[in-house]
Design a protein around this ligand. Sequence first.
Ligand SMILES: Nc1ncnc2c1ncn2[C@@H]1O[C@H](COP(=O)(O)OP(=O)(O)OP(=O)(O)O)[C@@H](O)[C@H]1O
Length: 371
Amino acid sequence: MQRLPAAAAPATITLPRRGVTVDGVSVSYDGTARAVDHVSLDIEAGSVVALLGPSGCGKTSLLRAIAGLERPDTGTISVGDQVVSGPSDWVKPERRNIGMVFQDGALFPHLSVADNIAFGLRSPGTKLSRADRSSRVDELLRLVELDGLGDRLPETLSGGQQQRVALARSLAPNPSVLLLDEPFSALDAGLRVQVRSKVARILRDVGVTSIFVTHDQDEAFVLGDRVAVMRNGNIEQYGTPDQLYRTPTTPWVANFVGEANFVDGSPVGDGVHATTMLGEIPISDHRGFKGGGAMQILVRPEQVSIERLPLDGLHAATVTEIEYYGHDVRYELELANGARLAARTHPGLLLEPGETVHVGYDGGPTSAWPS
Ligand SMILES: Nc1ncnc2c1ncn2[C@@H]1O[C@H](COP(=O)(O)OP(=O)(O)OP(=O)(O)O)[C@@H](O)[C@H]1O
């Protein structure tokens, strides 16, 4: 990744750090079911949090409630120690010191890039001389790596550059919190990956508390320090990308954040391990299995170990399908009991359809649920 010289991100662009607390917030629209249903979320000052979930799960409604663009039916929202929304509190959106970046950037087409950014400096409480305004715009242009492009019109920039102008404009008034609604969805796949890395770097350099909405799991994992997985107006799980991927708390989250096999097993030693067709698998949270009973265990495809030779403790499986990706290969395997399993492995071990292999488990403690 390209690094900026030290002078490019001056201290003036380090923003005030305030966390956001959402407590029991519900949002509904006339006559419809609750779009957000008693959601609580603690967002640490200076962190980047993703709201991830399928279409219609309430991500944008929650973001808009934090911005003050929707009035919640219940609950409170605080920025730092100020309650901005509650049963007897209401701070208008323009007084919340919250910046917003929208899907399409929403730049003014007739204003130059510099004037678009300077527009962000007109918010209440920002009184700058002409010279200060111009040097602040230059700082912001450097921050988003667009120095020298201030005189251009937005239409002469690429989609990714336009999104960086939109980011600079929202950072201009020193917001305490930045909200981003699907900021990369208008960009094509290749550009998206580049722009999101740049934006991740900028948000971290500036240290602004950021909340962004996405339905793309890669985007949530790459950008988010923590991710709130939403479903039907609720937060299904809130954790680091690693917690969500390795130890999801529900099978739904396990499936939503990656490919999941659910393997049948039974608990051993109060559920510390499970006996399965892939051998013994360590269980991350075994509290529910002390009494025994059948369980289903999460096994990610890359946790399936494959050997050509019949080693001790491994079970035979037949290769039924192969998908070659270059960096790895995905196999569909069928075990002797008819169970199917997805596996991913490095391309060095290139198997043939119909080949018999021997499979086991090669991973750390994983999630399990009663079946
Ligand atoms: N202005 C509105 N009037 C009525 N219903 C709305 C309105 N905005 C959203 N909804 C409904 O609220 C629910 C949540 O919508 P929301 O836009 O918050 O979800 P989302 O997770 O952001 O979805 P998407 O990823 O598709 O943007 C949906 O059922 C939606 O139809």
